[in-house]
Design a protein around this ligand. Structure first.
Ligand SMILES: C[S@@+](CC[C@H](N)C(=O)[O-])C[C@H]1O[C@@H](n2cnc3c(N)ncnc32)[C@H](O)[C@@H]1O
Length: 522
Protein backbone atom coordinates (compact mmCIF):
# COMPACT_ATOMS: atom_id res chain seq x y z
CA UNK A 1 0.00 0.00 0.00
CA UNK A 2 1.46 3.34 -0.89
CA UNK A 3 -0.88 6.16 0.07
CA UNK A 4 0.75 9.52 -0.38
CA UNK A 5 -0.40 13.02 0.44
CA UNK A 6 0.13 15.04 -2.69
CA UNK A 7 1.20 18.62 -2.87
CA UNK A 8 3.09 18.47 0.41
CA UNK A 9 5.68 20.63 -1.19
CA UNK A 10 6.30 21.93 -4.64
CA UNK A 11 8.48 19.58 -6.68
CA UNK A 12 7.81 16.50 -4.56
CA UNK A 13 10.04 13.73 -5.87
CA UNK A 14 9.53 9.98 -5.57
CA UNK A 15 10.90 6.74 -7.03
CA UNK A 16 10.73 7.96 -10.63
CA UNK A 17 13.53 10.36 -11.57
CA UNK A 18 12.52 13.94 -12.33
CA UNK A 19 16.06 15.26 -12.47
CA UNK A 20 15.43 18.03 -14.96
CA UNK A 21 11.82 18.77 -14.16
CA UNK A 22 10.79 22.05 -12.54
CA UNK A 23 8.87 22.21 -9.24
CA UNK A 24 5.10 21.89 -9.54
CA UNK A 25 2.41 24.23 -8.19
CA UNK A 26 1.22 23.36 -4.72
CA UNK A 27 -1.76 21.01 -4.70
CA UNK A 28 -2.54 22.16 -1.19
CA UNK A 29 -3.89 25.53 -2.26
CA UNK A 30 -7.41 24.74 -3.54
CA UNK A 31 -8.22 28.39 -2.87
CA UNK A 32 -5.69 29.51 -5.49
CA UNK A 33 -6.79 26.78 -7.95
CA UNK A 34 -10.39 28.03 -7.57
CA UNK A 35 -9.38 31.66 -8.18
CA UNK A 36 -7.27 30.64 -11.14
CA UNK A 37 -10.19 28.64 -12.58
CA UNK A 38 -12.49 31.61 -12.18
CA UNK A 39 -10.01 33.88 -13.97
CA UNK A 40 -9.48 31.39 -16.81
CA UNK A 41 -13.22 31.05 -17.36
CA UNK A 42 -13.77 34.81 -17.16
CA UNK A 43 -11.27 35.25 -20.01
CA UNK A 44 -12.98 32.48 -22.05
CA UNK A 45 -9.90 30.30 -21.80
CA UNK A 46 -12.04 27.31 -22.80
CA UNK A 47 -12.03 24.86 -25.71
CA UNK A 48 -14.66 26.97 -27.51
CA UNK A 49 -12.93 30.25 -26.65
CA UNK A 50 -9.64 28.98 -28.04
CA UNK A 51 -11.20 27.79 -31.26
CA UNK A 52 -12.80 31.19 -31.74
CA UNK A 53 -9.58 33.08 -31.02
CA UNK A 54 -7.17 30.92 -32.99
CA UNK A 55 -9.39 29.71 -35.80
CA UNK A 56 -9.60 26.06 -36.84
CA UNK A 57 -6.24 25.77 -38.69
CA UNK A 58 -4.13 27.25 -35.84
CA UNK A 59 -6.13 25.25 -33.29
CA UNK A 60 -5.51 22.04 -35.23
CA UNK A 61 -1.84 22.94 -35.71
CA UNK A 62 -1.44 23.15 -31.92
CA UNK A 63 -2.60 19.55 -31.67
CA UNK A 64 0.27 18.70 -34.03
CA UNK A 65 2.72 20.53 -31.71
CA UNK A 66 3.05 23.39 -34.20
CA UNK A 67 2.92 26.71 -32.39
CA UNK A 68 3.74 29.30 -35.06
CA UNK A 69 0.12 29.81 -36.24
CA UNK A 70 -1.05 30.26 -32.62
CA UNK A 71 1.80 32.70 -31.88
CA UNK A 72 0.69 34.77 -34.87
CA UNK A 73 -2.92 34.69 -33.68
CA UNK A 74 -2.03 35.96 -30.20
CA UNK A 75 -0.06 39.13 -30.92
CA UNK A 76 -2.71 41.30 -29.27
CA UNK A 77 -3.10 41.91 -25.56
CA UNK A 78 -6.57 40.67 -24.70
CA UNK A 79 -6.86 38.54 -21.54
CA UNK A 80 -7.41 35.41 -23.64
CA UNK A 81 -4.31 36.08 -25.76
CA UNK A 82 -2.30 36.60 -22.58
CA UNK A 83 -3.45 33.25 -21.18
CA UNK A 84 -2.80 31.37 -24.41
CA UNK A 85 0.72 32.79 -24.53
CA UNK A 86 1.37 31.91 -20.90
CA UNK A 87 -0.11 28.44 -20.54
CA UNK A 88 -0.29 26.97 -24.03
CA UNK A 89 2.62 28.58 -25.82
CA UNK A 90 4.69 28.93 -22.68
CA UNK A 91 5.99 32.38 -23.46
CA UNK A 92 7.12 34.80 -20.75
CA UNK A 93 4.58 37.63 -20.50
CA UNK A 94 5.09 41.07 -18.88
CA UNK A 95 3.93 41.13 -15.27
CA UNK A 96 1.66 44.12 -15.81
CA UNK A 97 -0.23 42.34 -18.59
CA UNK A 98 -0.76 39.20 -16.52
CA UNK A 99 -1.84 41.23 -13.51
CA UNK A 100 -4.93 42.36 -15.40
CA UNK A 101 -6.00 38.75 -15.90
CA UNK A 102 -4.76 36.59 -13.02
CA UNK A 103 -4.13 36.88 -9.27
CA UNK A 104 -0.38 37.02 -10.02
CA UNK A 105 0.88 37.20 -6.47
CA UNK A 106 -1.13 34.16 -5.33
CA UNK A 107 -0.19 32.25 -8.49
CA UNK A 108 3.54 32.94 -8.00
CA UNK A 109 3.36 32.16 -4.30
CA UNK A 110 1.64 28.80 -4.90
CA UNK A 111 3.87 27.90 -7.84
CA UNK A 112 1.55 28.20 -10.88
CA UNK A 113 3.65 31.08 -12.20
CA UNK A 114 7.30 31.97 -11.78
CA UNK A 115 9.12 35.24 -12.17
CA UNK A 116 11.10 34.99 -15.39
CA UNK A 117 13.04 38.25 -15.08
CA UNK A 118 13.40 40.56 -18.07
CA UNK A 119 13.02 44.33 -18.21
CA UNK A 120 9.23 44.10 -17.80
CA UNK A 121 9.43 41.68 -14.87
CA UNK A 122 8.08 38.86 -17.01
CA UNK A 123 6.24 35.94 -15.52
CA UNK A 124 6.03 32.43 -16.98
CA UNK A 125 3.90 29.34 -16.38
CA UNK A 126 5.41 26.39 -14.53
CA UNK A 127 3.04 23.87 -16.10
CA UNK A 128 1.05 23.51 -19.28
CA UNK A 129 -2.64 24.20 -18.70
CA UNK A 130 -4.95 23.25 -21.54
CA UNK A 131 -8.72 23.71 -21.76
CA UNK A 132 -10.53 20.42 -22.28
CA UNK A 133 -14.24 20.21 -23.01
CA UNK A 134 -16.06 17.46 -21.07
CA UNK A 135 -18.59 15.23 -22.82
CA UNK A 136 -21.48 17.29 -21.43
CA UNK A 137 -19.89 20.60 -22.27
CA UNK A 138 -18.02 20.98 -18.97
CA UNK A 139 -15.10 23.41 -19.00
CA UNK A 140 -12.18 21.40 -17.66
CA UNK A 141 -8.43 21.98 -17.67
CA UNK A 142 -5.67 19.42 -18.11
CA UNK A 143 -2.39 20.21 -16.37
CA UNK A 144 0.80 18.61 -17.67
CA UNK A 145 4.51 19.22 -17.79
CA UNK A 146 5.71 22.12 -19.90
CA UNK A 147 6.02 21.23 -23.55
CA UNK A 148 4.30 17.90 -23.00
CA UNK A 149 0.67 18.67 -23.67
CA UNK A 150 0.61 16.83 -26.94
CA UNK A 151 2.88 14.21 -28.50
CA UNK A 152 2.90 14.04 -32.25
CA UNK A 153 5.55 14.51 -34.85
CA UNK A 154 7.51 17.06 -32.88
CA UNK A 155 8.21 14.63 -30.08
CA UNK A 156 7.71 15.49 -26.45
CA UNK A 157 9.34 18.60 -25.09
CA UNK A 158 11.19 16.90 -22.27
CA UNK A 159 12.70 13.46 -22.12
CA UNK A 160 13.05 13.17 -18.39
CA UNK A 161 11.99 9.71 -17.22
CA UNK A 162 9.23 11.11 -14.99
CA UNK A 163 7.70 13.62 -17.37
CA UNK A 164 3.89 13.78 -17.25
CA UNK A 165 2.11 14.15 -20.55
CA UNK A 166 -1.20 15.78 -21.27
CA UNK A 167 -4.04 14.35 -23.29
CA UNK A 168 -3.20 12.39 -26.42
CA UNK A 169 -5.20 10.39 -28.93
CA UNK A 170 -5.00 7.25 -26.78
CA UNK A 171 -6.36 9.15 -23.76
CA UNK A 172 -9.44 10.36 -25.61
CA UNK A 173 -9.96 6.95 -27.23
CA UNK A 174 -10.15 5.30 -23.82
CA UNK A 175 -12.36 8.08 -22.44
CA UNK A 176 -14.67 7.57 -25.45
CA UNK A 177 -15.03 3.79 -25.16
CA UNK A 178 -15.56 3.84 -21.38
CA UNK A 179 -18.98 2.68 -20.17
CA UNK A 180 -20.48 5.67 -18.34
CA UNK A 181 -23.12 3.99 -16.17
CA UNK A 182 -23.46 5.69 -12.77
CA UNK A 183 -21.40 3.59 -10.34
CA UNK A 184 -20.24 3.70 -6.73
CA UNK A 185 -16.52 3.20 -7.32
CA UNK A 186 -14.05 3.69 -10.15
CA UNK A 187 -10.31 3.07 -10.42
CA UNK A 188 -8.10 4.93 -12.89
CA UNK A 189 -4.84 2.98 -12.99
CA UNK A 190 -1.90 4.99 -14.34
CA UNK A 191 -3.74 8.28 -14.13
CA UNK A 192 -1.04 10.52 -15.70
CA UNK A 193 -2.46 14.02 -15.92
CA UNK A 194 -5.84 12.79 -14.69
CA UNK A 195 -8.11 12.77 -17.73
CA UNK A 196 -9.75 9.40 -17.00
CA UNK A 197 -10.27 10.34 -13.34
CA UNK A 198 -11.84 13.60 -14.48
CA UNK A 199 -14.39 11.76 -16.62
CA UNK A 200 -15.00 9.10 -13.96
CA UNK A 201 -15.79 11.81 -11.40
CA UNK A 202 -18.93 12.59 -13.41
CA UNK A 203 -20.53 9.19 -12.87
CA UNK A 204 -18.68 7.48 -10.02
CA UNK A 205 -19.28 8.37 -6.39
CA UNK A 206 -15.72 7.44 -5.41
CA UNK A 207 -12.73 7.77 -7.75
CA UNK A 208 -9.36 6.22 -6.94
CA UNK A 209 -6.45 7.22 -9.16
CA UNK A 210 -3.08 5.47 -9.02
CA UNK A 211 0.27 5.95 -10.66
CA UNK A 212 3.79 4.68 -10.29
CA UNK A 213 4.98 8.23 -10.79
CA UNK A 214 4.28 10.57 -7.84
CA UNK A 215 4.57 13.57 -10.13
CA UNK A 216 1.59 12.24 -12.12
CA UNK A 217 -0.50 12.05 -8.94
CA UNK A 218 0.48 15.59 -8.05
CA UNK A 219 -0.52 16.76 -11.53
CA UNK A 220 -3.81 14.83 -11.37
CA UNK A 221 -4.63 16.65 -8.14
CA UNK A 222 -4.00 19.96 -9.97
CA UNK A 223 -6.11 18.92 -12.98
CA UNK A 224 -9.07 18.00 -10.78
CA UNK A 225 -8.81 21.12 -8.63
CA UNK A 226 -8.50 23.43 -11.61
CA UNK A 227 -11.44 21.68 -13.30
CA UNK A 228 -13.64 22.25 -10.26
CA UNK A 229 -14.08 18.49 -9.77
CA UNK A 230 -13.99 16.73 -6.36
CA UNK A 231 -10.57 15.41 -5.36
CA UNK A 232 -9.82 11.74 -6.04
CA UNK A 233 -8.23 9.23 -3.71
CA UNK A 234 -4.66 9.36 -5.06
CA UNK A 235 -2.36 6.41 -4.46
CA UNK A 236 1.18 5.71 -5.52
CA UNK A 237 2.39 2.33 -6.72
CA UNK A 238 2.68 -0.15 -9.56
CA UNK A 239 -0.34 -1.86 -11.14
CA UNK A 240 -2.74 -3.06 -8.41
CA UNK A 241 -0.23 -2.68 -5.56
CA UNK A 242 -1.94 0.45 -4.19
CA UNK A 243 -5.29 -1.37 -4.00
CA UNK A 244 -6.21 -3.20 -0.79
CA UNK A 245 -6.70 -6.97 -1.04
CA UNK A 246 -10.38 -6.71 -0.15
CA UNK A 247 -11.08 -3.72 -2.40
CA UNK A 248 -13.18 -4.07 -5.57
CA UNK A 249 -14.53 -1.59 -8.09
CA UNK A 250 -17.48 -1.16 -10.45
CA UNK A 251 -15.26 0.36 -13.11
CA UNK A 252 -11.54 0.07 -13.80
CA UNK A 253 -9.95 2.06 -16.60
CA UNK A 254 -6.35 2.15 -17.69
CA UNK A 255 -4.42 3.63 -20.55
CA UNK A 256 -1.26 1.91 -19.35
CA UNK A 257 2.35 2.39 -20.45
CA UNK A 258 1.72 -0.25 -23.11
CA UNK A 259 4.68 0.38 -25.38
CA UNK A 260 6.78 -2.73 -26.00
CA UNK A 261 10.29 -1.38 -25.88
CA UNK A 262 13.85 -2.60 -25.35
CA UNK A 263 14.11 -0.91 -21.94
CA UNK A 264 12.20 1.31 -19.56
CA UNK A 265 13.00 4.87 -20.50
CA UNK A 266 9.89 7.00 -20.24
CA UNK A 267 7.55 6.09 -17.41
CA UNK A 268 4.47 7.40 -19.21
CA UNK A 269 4.81 4.84 -21.99
CA UNK A 270 7.38 2.09 -21.25
CA UNK A 271 5.95 -0.44 -18.85
CA UNK A 272 9.36 -1.62 -17.74
CA UNK A 273 8.31 -5.27 -17.93
CA UNK A 274 9.46 -7.50 -20.78
CA UNK A 275 7.44 -7.53 -24.01
CA UNK A 276 3.71 -7.19 -23.44
CA UNK A 277 3.91 -8.52 -19.87
CA UNK A 278 2.64 -5.30 -18.30
CA UNK A 279 -0.59 -5.36 -20.31
CA UNK A 280 -1.01 -9.10 -19.64
CA UNK A 281 -0.54 -8.63 -15.88
CA UNK A 282 -2.96 -5.74 -15.84
CA UNK A 283 -5.69 -7.70 -17.59
CA UNK A 284 -5.10 -10.89 -15.61
CA UNK A 285 -5.16 -9.11 -12.26
CA UNK A 286 -8.20 -6.96 -13.02
CA UNK A 287 -10.76 -9.78 -12.75
CA UNK A 288 -10.61 -10.15 -8.99
CA UNK A 289 -10.73 -6.38 -8.52
CA UNK A 290 -14.12 -6.09 -10.22
CA UNK A 291 -17.57 -6.32 -8.70
CA UNK A 292 -19.99 -8.60 -10.55
CA UNK A 293 -21.37 -6.62 -13.50
CA UNK A 294 -18.42 -4.21 -13.32
CA UNK A 295 -16.32 -3.27 -16.34
CA UNK A 296 -12.55 -3.04 -16.75
CA UNK A 297 -11.43 -1.22 -19.87
CA UNK A 298 -7.90 -1.02 -21.20
CA UNK A 299 -5.91 0.09 -24.16
CA UNK A 300 -3.15 -2.41 -24.84
CA UNK A 301 -0.42 -3.58 -27.18
CA UNK A 302 0.19 -7.27 -27.78
CA UNK A 303 2.87 -9.22 -29.55
CA UNK A 304 2.30 -11.20 -32.71
CA UNK A 305 4.86 -13.94 -32.33
CA UNK A 306 6.03 -16.42 -34.91
CA UNK A 307 4.09 -19.67 -34.69
CA UNK A 308 1.37 -18.27 -32.43
CA UNK A 309 -2.14 -17.06 -33.23
CA UNK A 310 -2.46 -13.55 -31.74
CA UNK A 311 -6.07 -14.24 -30.85
CA UNK A 312 -5.05 -17.23 -28.72
CA UNK A 313 -2.42 -15.11 -26.99
CA UNK A 314 -4.83 -12.36 -26.01
CA UNK A 315 -7.62 -14.78 -25.15
CA UNK A 316 -5.30 -16.45 -22.65
CA UNK A 317 -4.99 -13.13 -20.77
CA UNK A 318 -8.69 -13.00 -19.86
CA UNK A 319 -9.16 -13.78 -16.16
CA UNK A 320 -11.64 -16.37 -14.96
CA UNK A 321 -15.17 -15.17 -14.27
CA UNK A 322 -15.07 -12.42 -16.90
CA UNK A 323 -16.73 -11.94 -20.26
CA UNK A 324 -14.39 -10.14 -22.59
CA UNK A 325 -14.57 -8.15 -25.79
CA UNK A 326 -11.20 -7.57 -27.42
CA UNK A 327 -10.90 -5.47 -30.54
CA UNK A 328 -7.65 -5.27 -32.46
CA UNK A 329 -7.66 -1.83 -34.10
CA UNK A 330 -4.28 -1.82 -35.77
CA UNK A 331 -1.26 -4.00 -36.49
CA UNK A 332 2.20 -2.66 -37.22
CA UNK A 333 5.23 -4.59 -38.33
CA UNK A 334 8.25 -4.26 -36.07
CA UNK A 335 9.92 -1.54 -38.14
CA UNK A 336 6.83 0.70 -38.22
CA UNK A 337 6.39 0.16 -34.52
CA UNK A 338 9.98 1.04 -33.57
CA UNK A 339 9.86 4.14 -35.79
CA UNK A 340 6.56 5.30 -34.31
CA UNK A 341 7.89 5.32 -30.78
CA UNK A 342 11.35 6.65 -31.68
CA UNK A 343 9.59 9.59 -33.31
CA UNK A 344 7.19 9.96 -30.41
CA UNK A 345 10.18 10.64 -28.18
CA UNK A 346 11.71 13.00 -30.76
CA UNK A 347 14.72 10.68 -31.23
CA UNK A 348 14.67 11.24 -34.99
CA UNK A 349 15.64 14.86 -34.35
CA UNK A 350 18.71 13.98 -32.30
CA UNK A 351 22.09 12.47 -33.07
CA UNK A 352 21.71 10.15 -36.13
CA UNK A 353 24.06 7.54 -34.68
CA UNK A 354 22.16 7.43 -31.42
CA UNK A 355 18.92 7.11 -33.37
CA UNK A 356 20.36 4.21 -35.34
CA UNK A 357 21.58 2.48 -32.18
CA UNK A 358 18.16 2.84 -30.53
CA UNK A 359 16.41 1.53 -33.65
CA UNK A 360 18.81 -1.43 -33.75
CA UNK A 361 18.18 -2.21 -30.07
CA UNK A 362 14.45 -2.22 -30.71
CA UNK A 363 14.77 -4.71 -33.57
CA UNK A 364 17.18 -6.86 -31.49
CA UNK A 365 14.57 -7.03 -28.78
CA UNK A 366 11.83 -8.08 -31.19
CA UNK A 367 14.09 -10.64 -32.84
CA UNK A 368 14.96 -12.19 -29.48
CA UNK A 369 11.26 -12.48 -28.64
CA UNK A 370 10.32 -13.79 -32.10
CA UNK A 371 7.95 -10.86 -32.49
CA UNK A 372 6.97 -10.08 -36.06
CA UNK A 373 4.32 -7.44 -35.44
CA UNK A 374 2.49 -5.62 -32.67
CA UNK A 375 -1.26 -5.31 -32.29
CA UNK A 376 -2.97 -2.32 -30.71
CA UNK A 377 -6.47 -2.44 -29.40
CA UNK A 378 -9.14 -2.26 -26.74
CA UNK A 379 -9.79 -4.82 -24.05
CA UNK A 380 -13.04 -4.74 -22.10
CA UNK A 381 -13.74 -7.21 -19.31
CA UNK A 382 -17.03 -7.56 -17.53
CA UNK A 383 -17.20 -9.63 -14.39
CA UNK A 384 -20.01 -12.14 -14.79
CA UNK A 385 -21.85 -14.50 -12.48
CA UNK A 386 -22.37 -16.86 -15.41
CA UNK A 387 -20.65 -20.23 -15.39
CA UNK A 388 -19.93 -19.79 -19.10
CA UNK A 389 -18.10 -16.54 -19.77
CA UNK A 390 -18.00 -15.39 -23.36
CA UNK A 391 -14.79 -14.08 -24.92
CA UNK A 392 -15.01 -12.26 -28.24
CA UNK A 393 -11.76 -11.44 -30.03
CA UNK A 394 -11.98 -9.62 -33.33
CA UNK A 395 -10.19 -7.33 -35.72
CA UNK A 396 -11.96 -4.09 -36.62
CA UNK A 397 -9.57 -1.49 -38.04
CA UNK A 398 -12.29 0.70 -39.56
CA UNK A 399 -13.55 4.10 -38.33
CA UNK A 400 -16.04 3.99 -35.47
CA UNK A 401 -18.40 6.53 -33.97
CA UNK A 402 -17.06 7.84 -30.65
CA UNK A 403 -18.14 7.98 -27.87
CA UNK A 404 -18.66 4.23 -27.82
CA UNK A 405 -19.45 3.64 -24.16
CA UNK A 406 -23.11 2.84 -24.82
CA UNK A 407 -22.12 0.53 -27.69
CA UNK A 408 -19.75 -1.35 -25.38
CA UNK A 409 -22.43 -1.78 -22.75
CA UNK A 410 -24.95 -2.91 -25.39
CA UNK A 411 -22.45 -5.51 -26.64
CA UNK A 412 -22.41 -7.15 -23.22
CA UNK A 413 -26.22 -6.92 -22.92
CA UNK A 414 -26.44 -8.88 -26.15
CA UNK A 415 -23.89 -11.39 -24.86
CA UNK A 416 -26.25 -12.00 -21.92
CA UNK A 417 -29.25 -12.31 -24.23
CA UNK A 418 -27.56 -14.82 -26.54
CA UNK A 419 -26.18 -16.83 -23.64
CA UNK A 420 -29.67 -17.18 -22.23
CA UNK A 421 -31.39 -18.08 -25.53
CA UNK A 422 -30.92 -21.39 -27.35
CA UNK A 423 -31.97 -21.70 -31.00
CA UNK A 424 -35.59 -22.54 -30.16
CA UNK A 425 -36.04 -19.50 -27.94
CA UNK A 426 -34.23 -17.36 -30.50
CA UNK A 427 -36.88 -18.35 -33.06
CA UNK A 428 -39.60 -17.43 -30.57
CA UNK A 429 -37.96 -14.03 -30.00
CA UNK A 430 -38.90 -10.69 -31.56
CA UNK A 431 -36.22 -8.41 -33.05
CA UNK A 432 -35.89 -4.91 -34.36
CA UNK A 433 -33.49 -3.74 -37.02
CA UNK A 434 -30.96 -1.37 -35.42
CA UNK A 435 -31.09 2.30 -36.49
CA UNK A 436 -29.26 3.38 -39.64
CA UNK A 437 -28.64 -0.03 -41.17
CA UNK A 438 -28.33 0.01 -44.95
CA UNK A 439 -28.10 -2.80 -47.45
CA UNK A 440 -25.40 -2.85 -50.13
CA UNK A 441 -25.43 -5.20 -53.09
CA UNK A 442 -21.99 -6.19 -54.29
CA UNK A 443 -21.38 -7.74 -57.70
CA UNK A 444 -20.14 -7.20 -61.21
CA UNK A 445 -21.66 -4.25 -63.10
CA UNK A 446 -24.70 -5.36 -65.09
CA UNK A 447 -25.03 -8.72 -63.31
CA UNK A 448 -28.63 -9.72 -62.61
CA UNK A 449 -28.01 -10.98 -59.08
CA UNK A 450 -25.55 -9.58 -56.55
CA UNK A 451 -22.54 -11.74 -55.62
CA UNK A 452 -23.29 -10.96 -52.04
CA UNK A 453 -25.27 -8.62 -49.86
CA UNK A 454 -23.71 -6.49 -47.14
CA UNK A 455 -25.52 -4.92 -44.21
CA UNK A 456 -23.79 -1.78 -43.02
CA UNK A 457 -24.52 0.11 -39.83
CA UNK A 458 -23.75 3.79 -39.71
CA UNK A 459 -23.68 4.05 -35.90
CA UNK A 460 -21.40 2.78 -33.13
CA UNK A 461 -18.81 0.35 -34.48
CA UNK A 462 -20.05 1.13 -38.01
CA UNK A 463 -20.01 -2.58 -38.74
CA UNK A 464 -20.51 -4.29 -42.07
CA UNK A 465 -21.39 -7.94 -42.46
CA UNK A 466 -22.09 -10.25 -45.36
CA UNK A 467 -25.50 -11.91 -45.36
CA UNK A 468 -27.37 -14.18 -47.76
CA UNK A 469 -30.65 -13.10 -49.30
CA UNK A 470 -32.64 -14.79 -46.54
CA UNK A 471 -30.58 -12.94 -43.90
CA UNK A 472 -31.09 -9.61 -45.68
CA UNK A 473 -34.82 -10.25 -46.15
CA UNK A 474 -35.17 -11.34 -42.54
CA UNK A 475 -33.38 -8.24 -41.21
CA UNK A 476 -35.53 -5.99 -43.40
CA UNK A 477 -38.75 -7.35 -41.93
CA UNK A 478 -37.66 -7.14 -38.27
CA UNK A 479 -39.77 -4.41 -36.68
CA UNK A 480 -40.51 -6.29 -33.47
CA UNK A 481 -44.06 -7.33 -34.39
CA UNK A 482 -43.54 -10.92 -35.62
CA UNK A 483 -41.46 -13.62 -34.01
CA UNK A 484 -38.28 -14.68 -35.85
CA UNK A 485 -39.83 -18.09 -36.57
CA UNK A 486 -42.95 -16.56 -38.12
CA UNK A 487 -40.83 -14.31 -40.35
CA UNK A 488 -38.79 -17.31 -41.52
CA UNK A 489 -41.96 -19.26 -42.33
CA UNK A 490 -43.18 -16.35 -44.47
CA UNK A 491 -39.80 -16.12 -46.26
CA UNK A 492 -39.84 -19.90 -46.85
CA UNK A 493 -43.23 -19.62 -48.50
CA UNK A 494 -42.06 -16.71 -50.63
CA UNK A 495 -38.92 -18.42 -51.92
CA UNK A 496 -40.41 -21.91 -52.03
CA UNK A 497 -38.09 -23.39 -49.41
CA UNK A 498 -38.93 -25.99 -46.76
CA UNK A 499 -39.79 -23.96 -43.62
CA UNK A 500 -38.39 -26.65 -41.32
CA UNK A 501 -35.02 -26.57 -43.07
CA UNK A 502 -35.00 -22.79 -43.02
CA UNK A 503 -35.80 -22.70 -39.29
CA UNK A 504 -32.98 -25.17 -38.84
CA UNK A 505 -30.23 -23.31 -40.64
CA UNK A 506 -31.03 -19.66 -39.95
CA UNK A 507 -30.52 -19.27 -36.16
CA UNK A 508 -26.73 -19.14 -36.62
CA UNK A 509 -27.16 -16.11 -38.88
CA UNK A 510 -29.65 -14.47 -36.53
CA UNK A 511 -27.24 -15.08 -33.68
CA UNK A 512 -24.46 -13.32 -35.60
CA UNK A 513 -26.70 -10.38 -36.49
CA UNK A 514 -27.71 -9.98 -32.85
CA UNK A 515 -24.12 -10.39 -31.63
CA UNK A 516 -22.96 -7.64 -33.98
CA UNK A 517 -25.81 -5.33 -33.12
CA UNK A 518 -27.66 -5.32 -36.45
CA UNK A 519 -30.69 -6.79 -34.71
CA UNK A 520 -31.86 -5.80 -31.27
CA UNK A 521 -34.08 -8.01 -29.12
CA UNK A 522 -37.43 -6.18 -29.07
C1 LIG B 1 0.06 6.39 -21.21
S1 LIG B 1 0.04 7.19 -19.65
C2 LIG B 1 -1.71 7.41 -19.44
C3 LIG B 1 -2.10 8.63 -18.69
C4 LIG B 1 -3.57 8.93 -18.60
N1 LIG B 1 -4.29 7.93 -17.83
C5 LIG B 1 -4.21 9.08 -19.96
O1 LIG B 1 -5.14 8.34 -20.28
O2 LIG B 1 -3.78 9.96 -20.71
C6 LIG B 1 0.44 5.87 -18.55
C7 LIG B 1 0.55 6.24 -17.10
O3 LIG B 1 0.87 5.04 -16.35
C8 LIG B 1 1.86 5.34 -15.38
N2 LIG B 1 2.60 4.10 -15.07
C9 LIG B 1 3.75 3.64 -15.61
N3 LIG B 1 4.07 2.44 -15.11
C10 LIG B 1 3.10 2.13 -14.22
C11 LIG B 1 2.86 1.03 -13.36
N4 LIG B 1 3.69 -0.01 -13.34
N5 LIG B 1 1.80 1.07 -12.55
C12 LIG B 1 0.94 2.13 -12.56
N6 LIG B 1 1.10 3.20 -13.37
C13 LIG B 1 2.16 3.20 -14.18
C14 LIG B 1 2.71 6.41 -16.02
O4 LIG B 1 3.40 7.16 -15.03
C15 LIG B 1 1.66 7.22 -16.78
O5 LIG B 1 1.14 8.24 -15.98
Amino acid sequence: MGRTAYGRRAGHNGGVSEATLPPLPSAERPDVAARLREALLAASFTADGLLELLGAPAYAALARSETVPALRATRGDTPLETLVRLFLLQQPVPHARVEDVLPVHACVESGWLTRAGGADGDVAATVDVRPYGGSDGEDWFIVSDLGCAVGGAGGIGNRDEGVVLGVGGASTTLAGITVRTPVASALDLGTGSGIQALHAAQHATRVTATDLNPRALHITALTLALSGVPAADLREGSLFEPVRDDETFDLIVSNPPFVISPGARLTYRDGGMGGDDLCRSLVQQAGERLNVGGFAQFLANWQHEEGEDWQDRIRSWVPRGCDAWIVQREVQDVTQYAELWLRDAGDHRGDPQEYQARYDAWLDEFEARKVKAVGFGWITLRRTASAEPVITVEEWPHPVEQPLGDTVRAHFDRVDYLREHDDASLLAGHFKLAPEVMQEQVGLPGAEDPEHVVLRQNRGMRRATKVDTVGAGFAGVCDGSLSAGRILDAIAQLVGEDPVLLRDRTPAQIRLLVEQGFLEPA
